[in-house]
Design a protein around this ligand. Sequence first.
Ligand SMILES: [Zn+2]
Length: 183
Amino acid sequence: MMSSAGVNIVPVFHRNSDAIDIGDGKFRNIFKGCLRALNHQAMYFEGLNLVYGYAEYEKGVEILDSISSTYPLATIASAIFHVCLGECEKASTAFQVFNRVTGLGLTDARAQTFGGQFKSDLWWFAPDGYNDIPEYFQFPNDDFVQFPYCIFDNLYYHKCNNCYMFHLAKRVYEIVWFKEKQT
Ligand SMILES: [Zn+2]
């Protein structure tokens, strides 16, 4: 039997992202096979789908965390979702795993490739109508993650390597919880 562990599922999205969805999605069975085979790409997309599409925050982030030591996109997704949910310590832990896995610091411009990919992958999913707005948005500030105080440097919105992850988290917060469509 062919293993689904290494199947590339992205082309399915280009046909129809609903196809992997729960219910009668045409590719749901194939997708489920990939999940059972612990295909990391499928698990990553399932994590995003659960958080964004079904407001299943705990379950979604748990899936992402389960592959975070080998799949950096899931690691960054988990870290950013934790920030949005106000879970500072867990966010910091995920950021540290990201650093261990990729060798990239959070302010390294190359880390932005992963952040940007994660943000655009959200595009495939439709938001749940009932995503409760998390009470707190909290960016970590500890030994490993420094809060980017440069966001207060001027009144105008700016982006730099130092505050990239903060702005990414803000943007994801708007997309997932305030249903702002991506541009
Ligand atoms: Zn900045």
